[in-house]
Design a protein. Structure first.
Length: 266
């Protein structure tokens, strides 16, 4: 006799006879009907598992760092949803050979969902999902699904500029700023000249202060240029350096504004 039982549910399926393992029944007993009935029962009560994958990208492309969701639809051969007293769980086989068990969460009748966070596995390559399901009066069934996780595509930095272009742009910015100050001072003085019959000459102290202010502006931008030209710094560190230099640049520009307003009084 061959006996199969399910622990915890008290089900026992027995088939055969006491002489099943011996040869004495050959020619005396016909077990074909029994075997046919067993196989027929197993096939007719088989669970059907339909897997649907959901990824953040088109064509089910999966990159490292993506969250992948799987919807499991459990039915019988007639297409009826099976959920009552259903036991179902999933196992993910990772590319390095290890496995991660995962619960299948109940969504609604016959539908269950499970997921995989590739950000935590930090592994690229082929993953295999194994879903196992069992229910009373049904045959235990498993389904597999293999998917590939690709390396995450590198995104160019928003602040990246080649060294040569960065130097040219920074030099252009400094030149444009100084030129703007000069042109601005020119138009301010011209406007004051139109409103007055004469323009008193700037005293030496004010002229000296203007010259120092222009040098201070050049020094501030030169210091920033020198700091971010260090090849050892990556783009994020350079942005941090620019942020650290902003207070000095802001103070310098405020002084320039006050100086321009003072010059406009003449």
């Amino acid at each position: 006799m061959i006996v199969a039982s399910k622990v915890g549910l008290g089900r026992v399926v027995a088939f055969g006879d006491s002489d099943f393992a011996s040869l004495s029944h050959i020619g005396e007993h016909d077990n074909r009907i029994l075997i046919s009935n067993v196989l027929e029962w197993l096939m007719e009560n088989k669970l059907i598992l339909n897997l649907t994958v959901s990824t953040p990208h088109e064509n089910n492309v999966i990159y490292l760092g993506d969250s992948v969701y799987f919807l499991v639809h459990v039915t019988d051969l007639n297409g009826r949803d099976v959920s009552q007293n259903l036991t179902i769980f999933a196992i993910f086989n990772l590319p390095n050979g290890t496995s991660i068990p995962m619960w299948c969460f109940h969504y609604k009748d016959g539908l269950y969902t499970t997921l995989m966070f590739t950000e935590f596995t930090e592994q690229t390559g082929n993953y295999t999902l194994i879903v196992w399901a069992d229910a009373p009066n049904y045959t235990s069934t498993c389904a597999t699904y293999t998917f590939t996780v690709l390396p995450s595509p590198e995104q160019p930095s928003l602040f990246y500029l080649p060294s040569a272009k960065r130097d040219v742009l920074l030099g252009f910015a400094v030149t444009a700023l100084v030129s703007t100050l000069i042109v601005g001072l020119y138009f301010v003085r011209r406007r004051r000249f139109q409103r007055r019959t004469f323009i008193p000459e700037l005293d030496r102290e004010l002229a000296y202060y203007m010259r120092n202010m222009i040098n201070e502006v050049r020094a501030a931008f030169k210091e920033l240029d020198t700091a971010i030209s260090d090849e050892k710094l990556d783009d994020f560190e350079k942005i941090r350096v620019i942020h650290d230099k902003l207070p000095r640049l802001r103070r310098t520009l405020i002084k320039v504004k006050e100086l321009a307003e003072k010059i406009g009084e003449y």
